[in-house]
Design a protein around this ligand. Structure first.
Ligand code: MN
Ligand code: MN
Length: 317
């Protein structure tokens, strides 16, 4: 069960109204790297997890992410608070209010007018939150890697938000939220390495013929080698002939068809066959505005063709 504690996980002080900043903060409220996405990601993983240690960890972190959602949501509504009163009570001239809500920038006027300066589940560009942000596949060696990357992305978005905030209270709270994402990343990494083996993810091993091959497929100047493609662990393949049909076959796509299916496919191929030695007149050519004497590179005969084409077109309509 869930219970709500009235005290936040971290004290939030906001020194002044700033709807533009509030709108940017929405990125961590209803955005892809935001706290709701994190909470839902770990909560649903926890439900399905069979390992007691990981299950407990996922519930702990999911619940903390909901607490972060509460902190960031409070930052959003507090930054909007002054603007909310101004718009709701309408005590200023229309033009004044209009300027005050649009002047803040970052689409904050949309948050003001459509969402009453609340904390909508949208990102900073107004895109509604979606469960498609969560990429859980139900296999811990894959999901933990994705969780590590999700925490890394969340940390980076917080870092960017910190770099554009002047409000000291907001900066401090964002610093806390950013730091907690580091701690979560650490837990997920430890949990991943507590599974042995954890690479490659899943149960099936790769085909040893291709596991250690690096295909050098980008040709031209600027070729760089590094531990990702050199050394005794790598077979570096540059020869184009060795990059195609690596199974040793013909490299052709060969479907298995019944005699009837093959006949139908052949029939369709004949019906839609192209005429390689023709030179059909195109609509683009007809519309090129050729002069009657054939200057502009067009033959006068094309003019006649154009008339015929438009006649037959009008007949049809
Ligand atoms: Mn968080
Ligand atoms: Mn986190």
């Amino acid at each position: 069960m869930f219970a709500h504690n009235k005290r936040l996980q971290y004290t939030v002080r906001v020194s002044e109204t700033n709807p533009g900043l509030a709108n940017l903060m929405l990125e961590q409220f209803g955005g892809p790297q935001g706290e709701l996405a994190a909470a839902c990601r770990y909560f649903t993983q926890a439900l399905a997890e069979d390992d007691p240690g990981r299950k407990d960890m996922l519930f702990d972190i999911a619940t903390e992410e909901l607490s972060h959602l509460e902190v960031i949501g409070n930052i959003v509504v507090m930054l909007n608070k002054g603007a909310k009163g101004r718009l709701a009570e309408g005590v200023e001239k229309e033009g004044e209010i209009y300027r005050s809500i649009t002047g803040a920038g970052n689409d904050s006027h949309i948050t003001q007018v459509l969402y009453g300066a609340g904390a909508p589940l949208i990102n900073s560009a107004g895109v509604p939150w979606t469960a498609a942000y969560i990429d859980t596949i139900g296999e811990p060696t894959a999901d933990l890697r994705s969780n590590i990357a999700a925490e890394a992305r969340a940390k980076i978005v917080y870092e960017r938000l910190i770099n554009l905030t002047t409000d000291p209270g907001v900066k401090e709270a964002l610093g806390f939220l950013m730091t907690r994402e580091i701690a979560h990343q650490k837990s997920f990494e430890k949990a991943l390495y507590s599974i042995e083996p954890n690479f490659p993810p899943g149960k099936l091993p790769g085909d040893p013929k291709f596991t250690n091959v690096y295909f050098n497929l980008s040709r031209g100047p600027g070729e760089e080698r590094g531990p990702w493609n050199q050394g005794e662990k790598w077979d570096f393949v540059s020869d184009p002939e060795q990059q195609m049909a690596v199974d040793g076959g013909t490299g052709e796509a060969m479907p298995g068809l019944t005699t009837d299916e093959a006949a139908l496919v052949e029939h369709m191929a004949m019906r839609t066959a192209s005429i390689p030695d023709g030179d059909p007149l195109t609509g683009a050519e007809l519309g090129m505005g050729m002069s009657p004497d054939g200057i502009d590179g067009a033959a006068p005969a094309s003019k006649t063709a154009s008339k015929t084409a438009s006649k037959s077109a009008s007949k049809k309509t």
